[in-house]
Design a protein around this ligand. Sequence first.
Ligand code: ADP
Length: 178
Amino acid sequence: MNTAGLSRMEVVEGDITAETTDAIVNAANETLLGGGGVDGAIHRAAGPGLLEACRELDGCLPGQAKVTGGFELAARWVVHTVGPIYDALSPEDADRLLGAAYVNALLAAAEAGARSVSFPAISTGAYGFPQDRAARVAVLSVARALEMDDRIELVRFVCFSPEQAQLHQAAMDALRKL
Ligand code: ADP
């Protein structure tokens, strides 16, 4: 495939709250009022101002995205998105909704003014998405979105385990060969 998008994507292993990209993406729930996993880690690192800002947003539907400031984070913006609960849908619908969460988070970040964005592996924790399937959807949907939009210069997939990083890297390698 056209590698214009892939050349602006990288995989790292680490804690997304330490990222210095313009924006980081939060895998939130529909209330946007905080939760466990990466959501809890982001709220703890950003401080109480983030929850106050989220209260103004009136929640978020799966596949959509809303932006706040980053408060005590290094990132200037947090893009809150909600991934699908894997078992609640057919696998195809779950893929579509997960892809929408990535693309809409990327577009919301670009709209806010971000040029670099870090993503966690949305829906792969409490929401139960199989890690390999989610990595393929994440990489494909971001690569396609970057091809059509040159505002974002860098997307980092910030993986929380070596296995997760390997799956994202393998998905990128497979796309490059198409
Ligand atoms: P979801 O409800 O969308 O499944 P979770 O927060 O439960 O969200 O999990 C999403 C992914 O985020 C999981 O793979 C989890 O290991 C990962 N994760 C948890 N904490 C962090 C962190 N601090 N930085 C990056 N990724 C994280």
